[in-house]
Design a protein around this ligand. Structure first.
Ligand SMILES: [Zn+2]
Ligand SMILES: [Zn+2]
Length: 273
């Protein structure tokens, strides 16, 4: 039994003004075939007009087009009758922390995922910006990335931090292992102190890097620091729900984990691996 903690419904017949329940049922049906008994639904916060002014980068600022109420009305309908947890994937911008807190307080989410997709205007996973990886030293990019990630964890706004080594997405050269290890250790200490979970995100296998997020070395540090983990496909279509979870399980077991968690209507729950 798995819980897929990071599923977007934003493609297919869906529009942010209309969320067909049949579309949700397709995600659940595919999941069931892969042993996924529940999913965590998230919208990107940048879709919503109420998040205008809170987000990083012009790229996300141009996408705040839809009322949050359309999403929450759908959640109100499906919450009682489907095996789901409901949340948001929120970009964290330290300067906007108070505004983000107010934005998040608009609805009783089961969980909120904290994400670092941007360093300033540089979208780490925005393909038309990938040249920017060559405009500054890689050490700088990775250091900034973990500085933001630690601040996100320290904010207390999030239950889990997503795809926690996103700058590897294109498979470009990374800083030396010893350098990264220093960043990983600092990061997991903050997660442990704040009781924030780390996400194992299998979408990395569908990206040029062809690796699950995070790297096994980060996962091993997280386990040493007793940081809980979640499993996530980051599916945007039903076909990807629960995809590569057996590989995620192997990775988690090798790092020393024997349970995975999810944040549902009853708070944090454990699943044996
Ligand atoms: Zn993301
Ligand atoms: Zn996502």
């Amino acid at each position: 039994m798995w819980f897929d903690h990071h599923v977007h419904m934003e493609h297919g017949p869906y529009s942010p003004l209309e969320y067909p329940i049949a579309w949700l049922e397709e995600f659940l049906a595919v999941g069931e075939g892969r042993g996924v008994s529940g999913i965590g639904i998230v919208e990107h916060a940048y879709r919503f007009t109420e998040a205008q002014g809170l987000l990083p980068g012009e790229w996300s600022r141009q996408r705040c087009r839809y009322p949050l109420a359309g999403y929450t009305a759908f959640l109100d309908v499906v919450r009682p009758s489907y095996p789901i947890a409901v949340g948001l994937e929120m970009d964290y911008v330290p300067e906007n922390e108070n505004g983000i807190r107010t934005f998040l307080s608009r609805y009783p989410w089961d969980f909120v995922l904290g994400s670092i997709h941007f360093i300033g205007d540089f979208g780490l996973d925005v393909s038309e910006m990938k040249e920017q990886y060559f405009h500054q030293p890689v050490e700088e990019i990775w250091t900034q990335y973990y500085a933001y990630s630690m601040k996100a964890a320290q904010s207390g706004l999030f239950q889990a931090i997503t795809h926690p080594d996103l700058p590897k997405i294109y498979g470009f050269q990374k800083p030396p292992e010893s350098f990264l290890l220093g960043l990983y250790r600092e990061f997991v200490e903050v997660l442990a102190d704040m009781g924030v979970a780390l996400e194992i995100n299998t979408a990395g296998l569908r990206r040029p890097v062809k690796e699950i997020y995070p790297h096994p070395a980060l996962l091993a540090e997280a386990n040493r620091a007793h940081v809980p983990i979640t499993f996530a496909s980051d599916a945007h279509e039903p076909e990807n729900v629960g995809l590569y979870f057996p590989q995620a399980r192997v990775l988690a077991r090798e790092a020393g984990y024997d349970t995975v968690v999810f944040f549902g209507p009853r708070g944090m729950e454990h699943i044996a691996l």
